[in-house]
Ligand binder design. Structure first.
Ligand SMILES: Cc1cc2nc3c(=O)[nH]c(=O)nc-3n(C[C@H](O)[C@H](O)[C@H](O)COP(=O)(O)O)c2cc1C
Length: 198
């Protein structure tokens, strides 16, 4: 299995360090219990006013909806995501349930819920890969999700496989060095432009 543990500059949580987004999946099933844990992790994410504005349409490989979710993905993503064991499309409900006012934090909160699932996946021995490459309009109309929900992200979960399962170009990306901006490029001390002291 490809080890793409993050080469961190400062210590971080081991799950965060181990999480990355492979495209090589073995085709092995994700179990109902694993899916339940992933969704439970999403459930306990923080959200503005505890609105929990996330909605997920999900299907495991052995369930009827899997082919339908797969068909929503871009051709590039379909090329590898069919070997995942579980697919989801994440939606953000963009108004507050109580009063119908716009919830400017809905997409932000969905992102937190997905981030928690990505870490829970590592804990379960699974990998995850988030995707914007899907047909947003078809997701809006074909999955039965009520109006007022914005399709934001597709997510593949599964057992990570060897890069050799992929076409050459994708296999190369699977083993490329992991790169991030330094902290000093995005964190500022008191005012933008003053580098933090780390
Ligand atoms: C919102 C979002 C959308 C993404 N869309 C795609 C996508 O459509 N296809 C893809 O192969 N990867 C996609 N990615 C994966 C990113 O390219 C990947 O997370 C990034 O390169 C960092 O790599 P890492 O997750 O392995 O640390 C997406 C990631 C996020 C968070």
């Amino acid at each position: 299995m490809t080890d793409r543990t993050a080469p961190v500059a400062h210590p971080i949580n081991a799950l965060m360090q181990a999480r990355w987004s492979p495209r090589a999946f073995t085709g092995q099933a994700v179990t109902a219990a694993q899916e339940a844990s992933l969704l439970e992790a999403a459930r306990w994410a923080a959200s503005c006013f505890n609105e929990q504005p996330w909605v997920f349409v999900t299907a495991r490989k052995d369930e009827e909806g899997f082919a339908g979710l797969l068909s929503l993905l871009s051709a590039n993503n379909q090329a590898w995501a069919g070997a995942a064991g579980l697919l989801m499309i994440g939606f953000a409900r963009t108004t507050f349930a109580a009063n119908g006012n716009p919830n400017a934090m809905a997409q932000y909160d969905l992102g937190q819920a997905v981030a928690q699932m990505a870490l829970q996946a590592v804990e379960l021995g699974l990998a995850s890969h988030q995707m914007r490459g899907f047909d947003v309009e078809r997701a809006r109309t074909e999955l039965g999700v009520p109006e007022g929900h914005e399709p934001m992200v597709a997510i593949a979960f599964g057992t990570q496989g060897a890069p050799s399962l992929l076409p050459e170009k994708l296999a190369e990306r699977e083993v490329a060095p992991r790169v991030r901006k330094p902290v000093t490029e995005f964190a500022h001390l008191g005012r933008y432009g003053v580098p933090v002291k780390v």
